[in-house]
Write a protein that binds this ligand. Structure first.
Ligand code: FES
Length: 271
């Protein structure tokens, strides 16, 4: 993660203005907040400006600060804090944000970054040759459960492999980004195999693996079909001996629970 600064003056436009439609929307949005609390609209307005132009310029920040009666520095602080606000010109067809936080890094984010380097540009925040693609590394985007992932504008693409990311980048480059379904990129059959569900073969393999692990650990020896085989819970629940599921459990010694049934203090062994 690098320090987030405004783009070089050479690429900054002189002025910013919302389109007529967006200006009307901004007016409505600001009106939603109580008097004196209009500053709360800063994030929605920055987001709208980013969607309109692709990135947030110095002129955008100044314009929004004027609209909300805020100091320029306050809006700059917000814009530089969130990686959702791109501060440099981005690709017209896709800006790929690769999550590089620990869970994604452990699951192969480094290889995804290599793909971006080879297919887009060696350095982040640089446009490819025809100006249609760009990329950057960002912090956690909140989809860690399906790491590794990338975000492209408002959508996330998860459970990625390098080859799948190449396909996605190619699709966006060809203007067919809308043909890629956001979310997990594991196809149904793969998903069943990986998650061991809705797949008879997968379930059988999982069951055999659990029984092997349980046996090695001195636990349940039966080929229980229950998932709890490795913890013997299924046998315990059915009143079976944990080492030999065919035998019932030995009768437990009952402890007296009522104080009346407990041995008298005089009868207890002295400490
Ligand atoms: S660590 Fe990558 S999405 Fe959270």
């Amino acid at each position: 993660m690098v320090a987030r600064r405004l783009a070089d003056e050479s690429v900054q436009p002189a002025a910013f203005a919302f389109t007529a439609e967006n200006a009307k929307w901004a007016e409505w949005k600001i009106g939603l907040y109580p008097t004196g609390r209009q500053q709360s609209a800063v994030i929605p307005l920055l987001m709208r400006a980013r969607e309109q132009d692709g990135w947030v310029t110095r002129a955008t920040i100044e314009k929004i600060a004027d609209m909300l009666g805020m100091a320029y520095i306050r809006v700059l602080e917000v814009a530089t804090f969130y990686t959702q606000f791109q501060l440099q010109p981005v690709g017209t067809k896709a800006h790929v944000q690769v999550c590089g936080t620990t869970p994604c890094m452990l699951r192969g984010a480094g290889e995804l970054i290599e793909v971006c380097k080879s297919k887009i540009h060696h350095d982040p925040h640089h446009l490819n040759d025809d100006g249609t693609l760009s990329w950057e590394e960002v912090e956690c985007a909140g989809a860690c459960v399906n790491a590794p992932m990338v975000a492209i504008f408002r959508d996330t693409y998860e459970d990625l492999t390098p080859s799948r990311l190449e396909e996605i980048i190619d699709a966006f480059h060809a203007g067919k980004g809308d043909t890629i379904k956001p979310g997990t990129q594991i196809r149904a059959a793969q998903f069943c195999r990986r998650r061991w569900s809705h797949n008879a073969t997968g379930n059988a393999e999982r069951q055999a693996r659990e029984v092997r692990a349980a046996t090695a650990a001195g636990g349940c020896r039966s080929s229980c079909s229950r998932r709890t085989a490795s913890t013997n819970d299924c046998c315990q629940a059915q009143g079976r001996d944990r080492q030999n599921p065919r035998l019932p459990l030995r009768a437990r010694q009952k402890r007296p629970r009522s104080p009346r049934l407990r041995p008298k203090a005089s009868a207890r062994r002295p400490i």
